[in-house]
Ligand binder design. Structure first.
Ligand code: 5GP
Length: 192
């Protein structure tokens, strides 16, 4: 069992509706030492790849992405969900269905920050049905840039996202892959 799987077993809470709460160390309160370990792990798994940018989606991917970016020494770009007067000019945009909020978000990045020469490592906290990742890969496609890899902290392997993303040929690395979880018993198992 790796460091993240151990932490999920210790502090993760299984909720009804296939939701794993990790609010005490990843999604609300954040354990920076754990993020450092996640950053080091992704550095190892994507070592040798030429990466010019980390791309994630607000809000919960940003913390992990920032630590990973320090290991690759590149900027972080995050897809925004809300229009703001601070973002000017043309944008790449697409729709993303939120698994946890049950709504559709129109997400975008400014064309200024993603260009055709970029080699992008996509980072996010969770992979469930794959909508967030499909949205992020679509933004990269619109820019004519390349997805070099995708790093996920926690993949829920019993949902479809991992299969969909791997079948599209992306290099997907998930540090913890949850095989099953049961909200009534509070049990969690991981894929080897
Ligand atoms: P997907 O788009 O793959 O269906 O869902 C991924 C997004 O939904 C992630 O960015 C994450 O924020 C959220 N998410 C999906 N499943 C879970 C979960 O079980 N627990 C938490 N905390 N977030 C989740």
């Amino acid at each position: 069992m790796n460091f993240l799987e151990e932490r999920i077993l210790k502090d993760g809470v299984v909720r009804e509706g296939n939701v794993l709460k990790v609010d005490s160390f990843l999604n609300h309160q954040i354990d920076i030492s754990l993020l450092e370990q996640i950053g080091a792990e992704f550095k190892k798994r994507f070592d040798g790849e030429k990466i010019t940018k980390i791309l994630t989606i607000e809000a919960s991917g940003i913390g992990i992405a920032c630590i990973v970016a320090r290991y690759f020494n590149v900027p972080v770009l995050f897809a925004k969900k809300t229009q703001s007067i601070n973002v000017d000019g043309d944008k790449y945009s697409t729709d993303v269905e939120s698994f946890t909020h049950g709504c559709t978000n129109h997400v975008f990045v400014s064309k200024k920050y993603l260009c055709s020469s970029d080699k992008v490592l996509i980072i996010d906290d969770f992979l469930a049905r794959g909508s967030a990742l499909l949205g992020l890969t679509e933004l990269v496609r619109q820019a004519g840039a390349e997805v070099v890899g995708i790093g996920i902290a926690i993949e829920k392997g019993f949902q479809d996202g991992g299969r969909i993303i791997r079948e599209k040929g992306f290099h997907l690395e998930s540090i913890a892959i949850v095989e099953s979880m049961d909200s009534s018993k509070g049990t969690i198992t991981f894929r080897d």
